[in-house]
Design a protein around this ligand. Structure first.
Ligand code: ZN
Length: 491
């Protein structure tokens, strides 16, 4: 029974989808005006794990993760220059050129990290009509007001009619204290009102016509509009980084209630932040580390390059609701751990069963893995269970213990399913070839070694040697053990 921590209720709840067998999951995706960094990776890996695990439980998951390519204004008060337009001006590019370039770099990094593509990846710029319609509904319901060509959400009116601040646990008084005074024009009635539609200043490049002005949607509008379009007005899971709880998700909830009369998501899931040396990571703090820097080893904090799979494993070693402290040492340790785990998977492919060996119950491993993941996706507990069984695998390899054919088959299947399919490890490691190549090689090698064993049983030494030498020429070394079993490894 899967339980997940719901930020809304601040407790673990048994997961029950709205429609039996189906899950709708919306996750706030990247803003594409900068290099993909560790923060992007943590959120993507967290919800990739949820996507994979829900799929493994038999659910058909429709996973929507958006691309924020319209840009946000420079500060919380919705004033200033559009971030993509600013970057475009600095780099002398067309704004869409910037958005597309960083989208591609984000996709490349995610593929390397073994993050599966979501079912639908809508862009904010491709859903302006839907956002205008959302704003129109909010205005018609009396929760939006027009001011100088822009439309704002009336937070005070909303807070009188509905609970506001439940997700973040903030009262409007606290929000008042935290937000800056009315900047510049003073178009807003209250400092905590947020923009639904902004009139574009004359020099603003990204702009669209609307009933109110030539302008662009407020940041929070895109997720409400695209979530409803692809998952319906009510859906199961809404996720994102913890930094999005306020104001983004609080605003989304208010927009949904104002437009549709009810909240959209039933479970709110938030991954915690990445820290560097115990400090919050951020561009403004000068300690933001990009994924490309990690993969290339090009950062003063790094002693060498780390493979994307090492980064993924490093993230999965921590629970998604814990902060994750980044350091060179932590990545080194993760690299060693991953290597040990991969070695065990390879070893399992190479050891041979012993007829009549006593029972080894791989079911115990499966039970522990499922219990770990059912408990709010505890990947660290799942990894700990796998490592307990790596010791069993090593004992099988040393010959200190033996395993029967059916038990070995089950243990192999359990390792493969969990390490590759659910935790998403393995593809993209230095040793791995194109997707699935290792699996195919293992299958071919099992067949070739079986043929060689038959040749030896027929005392056909010439054929047996020819197979061994042919494999050696292809870079595969075969070692014949004293017990008659042959092992192989790639050079
Ligand atoms: Zn969002």
């Amino acid at each position: 029974m899967l339980t997940i921590y719901n930020t809304m209720s601040r407790s673990k709840e048994v997961f029950e989808p709205l429609v039996a067998g189906h899950v709708g999951m919306y996750v706030c995706g990247p803003t594409v005006y900068g290099e993909p960094h560790l923060g992007h990776a943590r959120s993507a890996v967290t919800f990739d794990l949820a996507f994979r695990y829900l799929g493994s439980l038999g659910y058909r998951v429709r996973y929507v993760r958006n691309i924020t390519d319209v840009g946000h204004l420079e500060n919380d008060a919705d004033e200033g220059e559009d971030k993509i337009a600013r970057k475009a001006r600095l780099e002398r590019l067309e704004p869409m050129e910037i958005a597309q370039m960083y989208t591609r770099r984000y996709h490349d990094a995610m593929r390397a990290l073994g993050v599966l593509p979501p079912s639908i990846e809508p862009t904010a710029s491709g859903h302006i009509i839907e956002q205008i319609e959302l704003v129109r509904r909010i205005v018609a319901a009396g929760y939006g007001y027009l001011s100088n060509g822009s439309v704002y959400f009336d937070v005070e009116k909303y807070a009188r009619d509905h609970p506001y601040g439940r997700l973040s646990g903030r009262s409007t008084d606290e929000m008042n204290a935290g937000s800056r005074s009315l900047d510049g024009g003073g178009d807003k009635r209250s400092p905590h009102d947020f923009a639904l539609w902004k009139r574009a200043a004359p020099g603003h490049i990204m702009r669209w016509p609307s009933p109110w002005s030539d302008g662009f949607p407020g940041w929070h509008a895109e997720c409400s509009a695209m979530g409803a379009k692809y998952l319906g007005e009510r859906f199961d899971i809404h996720g994102g980084g913890m930094d999005l709880v306020f104001p983004h998700h609080e605003a989304e909830i208010a927009q949904g209630v104002a437009a549709c009369g009810h909240t959209s998501a039933r479970y709110w899931m938030h991954n915690n932040m990445v820290t560097v040396g115990g400090q919050k990571m951020g561009k403004s703090l000068g300690n933001a580390i990009t994924l490309e820097q990690i993969f290339a080893g090009a950062h003063p904090l790094l002693s060498r390059a780390y493979s994307p799979m090492t980064v993924r494993f490093f993230m999965l070693q921590a629970h998604y609701r814990s902060t994750l402290d980044f350091s060179d040492e932590a990545l080194q340790a993760a690299g060693k751990g991953l290597e040990r785990l991969m070695k065990a998977v390879e070893t399992l492919d190479r050891i041979a069963p012993a007829p009549g060996a006593g029972p080894i119950d791989a079911g115990e491993l499966e039970t522990r893995l499922a219990a770990a993941m059912d408990d709010d996706l505890s990947s660290p507990l799942a990894i700990a269970a796998l490592f307990d069984w790596v010791r069993v695998v090593n004992a099988l390899h040393d010959g200190t213990t033996a395993i029967s054919a059916p038990d070995l088959e089950r243990l192999r299947a359990t390792f493969r399913r969990w390490v590759f399919d659910i935790l998403g490890l393995g593809v993209g490691t230095e040793a791995a070839g194109p997707d699935g190549a290792n699996d195919r090689l293992a299958a071919v090698m099992a067949m070739v070694l079986e043929l060689r064993a038959e040749a030896k049983a027929d005392r056909n030494w010439a054929l047996s040697d020819r197979i061994r030498d042919g494999l050696a020429a292809a870079g595969i070394k075969v070692k014949d053990r004293k017990d008659g079993i042959s092992e192989w490894e790639t050079e």
